[in-house]
Design a protein around this ligand. Structure first.
Ligand code: ARG
Length: 272
């Protein structure tokens, strides 16, 4: 069954690829910002039409990656663990996200500033129905392992540290996604052998993806527990989630892929 969600997105008005901090970014290929906004808006209306609430963050000129709103924070039970970006080009985005959460009802939301580098939901996923609430966390390219321990202290949920080993899948959300409150889908080879063993032990029913699915950003999906919103290119991934009982919904996000992201990167979830 779907569960109604609250999301945060940021329009790609200032989206460009003017620096390269992941293997997908090519500064020599121009970006069509108008098309990016159009595609992004279809993602936003898709979420709204499914009954979800989408808050908006004001885009800031000079922060071309701000459209990837997932990286700005990670919240569980109203506790908001703020982000601290790995690269200086993105560091100011954390302030914009902090200001957004500071503007929410402070009786319901508590913001905690991080000490360690972490890129929010890019490297953290939450499974409320697994073992009473489990956090999966990636490291190896962006988020520091020390941030995993910090997140556990702040959020009071067990954090499972997973080492990412393939630079093409530099954030957890490029290689793994929650399909509902207790199950996940992932691309095993994006993880170290030990991390693969941990995932197999915790999620024996997981939907396994392959390299082509991951390269189509098919794992960079947003699910409400029933509808799985994913990049149009990820047709094989859509078949896999359909076979597992979910309803895939395709959204074209070709421009955002130029920055190394897709559906999930553009959508942060607020968990009250
Ligand atoms: N260009 C951005 C970066 O490299 C893309 C971020 C994608 N976001 C994500 N949640 N995976 O930081």
């Amino acid at each position: 069954m779907p569960r109604v969600r609250t999301y945060l997105m940021c329009p790609p008005e200032h989206f460009t690829v003017e620096y390269a901090i992941n293997p997908w970014m090519d500064t020599t290929v121009p970006v069509d910002a108008a098309l990016a906004v159009k595609q992004w808006d279809l993602l936003r209306t898709t979420l709204v039409d499914l009954g979800h609430t989408v808050h908006l963050l004001d885009p800031v000129a000079g922060l071309p990656d701000m459209v990837y709103a997932a990286n700005g924070a990670f919240s569980v039970d109203g506790q908001v663990y703020g982000a601290r970006f790995r690269y200086p080009q993105r560091s100011a985005e954390a302030d914009a996200h902090r200001a957004f959460y500071a503007g929410l009802d402070q009786n319901s939301w508590q913001l905690v500033a991080p000490e360690h580098v972490n890129e929010g939901e890019g490297d953290f996923a939450y499974l409320p129905g697994a073992h009473g609430g489990l956090i999966l966390a990636g490291y190896g390219f962006r988020t520091e392992p020390a941030a995993h321990a910090e997140a556990q202290e702040v959020l009071g949920r067990p954090v499972i540290s997973l080492r990412l080993v393939d630079p093409a899948f530099y954030h957890l959300d490029t290689a793994l996604a929650a399909l509902d409150d207790h199950n996940i889908t992932y691309y095993p080879d994006a993880f170290s052998p030990s991390a693969q063993r941990v995932l197999a032990q915790l999620f024996p029913e997981a939907v396994l993806a392959d390299r082509a699915d991951a390269e189509a950003f098919g794992l960079n999906l947003v699910s409400d527990g029933r509808h799985v919103i994913l990049n149009t290119e990820a047709t094989a991934m859509a078949d896999k989630v359909r076979a597992a009982g979910y309803a895939p919904v395709h959204v074209e996000l070709s421009e955002l892929k130029r920055g190394g992201g897709s559906v999930k990167c553009a959508v942060a979830e607020l968990r009250p």
